[in-house]
Design a protein around this ligand. Sequence first.
Ligand code: IMP
Length: 189
Amino acid sequence: MIYFKTSNPHKFDEAKEIFKRYGIELGQIPETYREIQADSLEEVVKDALKTIENIGRGVFIEDAGLFIKALNGFPGVYSSYIENTIGNDGILKLMEDVDDRSAVFMSVVGFKGFKGFRDFDAMIFKGEVKGEIAFESRGTEGFGYDPIFIPEGYKKTFAEDFELKTRISHRRRAIEKLARFINPFINPR
Ligand code: IMP
């Protein structure tokens, strides 16, 4: 069993589903972590890992963000603040007359392994999914920017197709790398 320190139930559900496929049970530590203001998700995660105490198990945190090309990567590391202030309607407004709708969702996972993991100090795993910003908000599943994000090669937003999201999302890609890494420690042959 390893632990995901997150106060976001959506993130936890997504992660639980992924670990299940590897036969790894996932526990939740429903708390936030220290988030410094920095230029990249990786810096935020690396700093926060310093505050994760040794609980004798593997623990990970995850920081994610939406980077919109036409807005020079905004909201990026400010994704949470922007979601809670101007929200999806605000983003759609900023994108009103913008033709290039390319965007990328990024996820950075930081893992600290203790007992049984040879004291891995701070492992970083990244995932991303390219896509486009929709012209209007669509769908009711997921959270955050899901209703305005259409992954490359598809027509539906993440909020319209949760199954698709859990299959190809940025979080899926980062967490899968972590799951593959720790699998031999949890399920030795
Ligand atoms: P956090 O700091 O990793 O919790 O994420 C920052 C913000 O990015 C969240 O408040 C959401 O608005 C947004 N976000 C992160 N991951 C996702 C996702 O998978 N779908 C939609 N929005 C997301």
